[in-house]
Design a protein around this ligand. Structure first.
Ligand code: SF4
Length: 381
């Protein structure tokens, strides 16, 4: 039998239960693995004898390996390429923000360096959003909860992670049970991230949104709305046909009523498609009765043949002014990070020699691995 990841929480717990072992040893084991990446099970001190033989026969400290880590030129972003045990690859991206930058009341802002990990939940994605590099891969497989957590484990060895966002490859709510299980582990020892520091981003899988708050209270929810009307949504996000806008907004209203939390609305700005003033007014009317923060995302071109163009800065600014000024909706423009390593939104797709399009990055970024780094910048969509 193939060994499972020790971070596959339900598998570990059920094996411990069958063997009659106290589950309180599990976080101790996870902590040791976090601090000693390539440990042998026998090296963990002070466990009951039965635990060592159970771990040896059924589990591995990690089933995935960090294939490479590529830094952006400005060092704000590191893209991790992670090889899963089935031979597939996923990407995770570390983004570093310096909260001291800028001034607050004429003084440097309080705060410091914080790192956010953008995590993948699937290999590829079924949703097929046609502005997204990952969508062009199609769906390959779901990650197990252990494989989701192992991304955090690999990243923790490079940076101190304060926030996790499920905005990498895949639609997290299409892999619901593994994602929920992984978050439950992330919010418990030894990881102990606050649920408020974890964000799930979804295109709007209505039935899953309806149960999310009950399963994990206090989580942040981000909805990739990307259009104020169903017709444009379906044009750019084919999967939206299954999630009519009116029903989605009703589900969000219920979610907000239960959670009492702001919802983040992601809106990718596509030139001439959804970025005109009329769209800003439609979006403002749609959202004015919600507690939301709208995040306008300048589109990252992912190849010279991309059907979409980036909205110019003036259009983005007018869109923001309308939402803020006319509808009093808090609206931000996403800071672009890591474009030179394709680690920005909608750019996560894996290309390796012999596995599809290959683009080298001469002079771009720096690799921590001797492995050959390739990327997606010329990907056709
Ligand atoms: S934007 Fe998200 S949901 Fe849409 S195809 Fe890309 S990864 Fe999937």
């Amino acid at each position: 039998m193939a060994h499972k990841s020790v971070f596959d929480a339900s598998a570990v717990k059920s094996e411990f239960e069958v063997a009659g072992i106290n589950p309180n040893f599990i976080p101790i084991i996870w902590k040791h693995v976090l601090q000693n990446p390539n440990c042998m099970w026998d090296e963990i001190p002070s466990l009951p004898v039965a635990v060592y033989s159970l771990l040896r026969s059924k589990f591995k400290p990690s089933t995935s390996t960090l294939h490479s880590a590529l830094d952006s030129i400005d060092q704000t972003t590191t893209k991790l390429l992670i090889k899963l045990k089935n031979g597939e690859f996923v990407e995770a991206v570390i983004m570093r923000y310096d909260t001291r930058l800028g001034k607050y009341n004429g003084k440097p802002r309080p705060g410091g360096l914080r790192s956010t990990l953008c995590i993948s939940s699937q290999v590829g994605c079924k949703m097929g959003c046609n502005f997204c590099a990952t969508g062009s891969m199609g769906f390959k497989s779901n990650l197990s909860s252990g494989e989701i957590l192992e991304q955090l484990v690999h990243a923790t060895r490079i940076a101190s992670i304060r926030n996790v966002v499920f905005m990498g490859m895949g639609e997290p709510l299409n892999n619901y049970s593994a994602v929920v299980e992984a978050i439950r582990v992330m919010t418990a020892p030894p990881f102990q991230l606050s649920p408020k520091k974890i964000t799930i981003s979804t295109v709007g899988v209505i039935h899953a949104i309806s149960k999310l708050h009950r399963d994990i209270p206090n989580l942040n929810l981000a909805v990739s709305l990307h259009a104020p009307v169903q017709e444009i949504r379906c044009q750019i996000m084919p999967a939206a046909r299954a999630f009519p806008l009116e029903r989605l907004m009703n589900a969000l209203r219920d979610y907000q009523a239960c959670s009492q939390q702001k919802i983040f609305i992601e809106y990718i700005m596509l030139d001439g498609v959804n970025d005109e003033e009329q769209h800003a007014h439609q979006l403002g009317k749609l959202l004015e009765t919600f507690e939301v923060v709208v995040n306008l995302i300048p589109f990252n071109p992912i190849g010279s043949l991309s059907r979409y163009k980036t909205s110019d800065d003036q259009k983005v600014a007018i869109f923001q002014i309308i939402l803020r000024g006319t509808y009093n909706i808090r609206t931000t423009v996403r800071k672009q990070m890591g474009q030179d390593i394709s680690g920005a939104c909608g750019q996560l797709v894996v290309n390796l020699p012999g596995k599809g399009l290959v683009v080298n990055l001469p002079g771009k970024g720096s690799s921590r691995s001797a492995d050959h780094i390739t990327d997606i910048e010329d990907l056709r969509i």
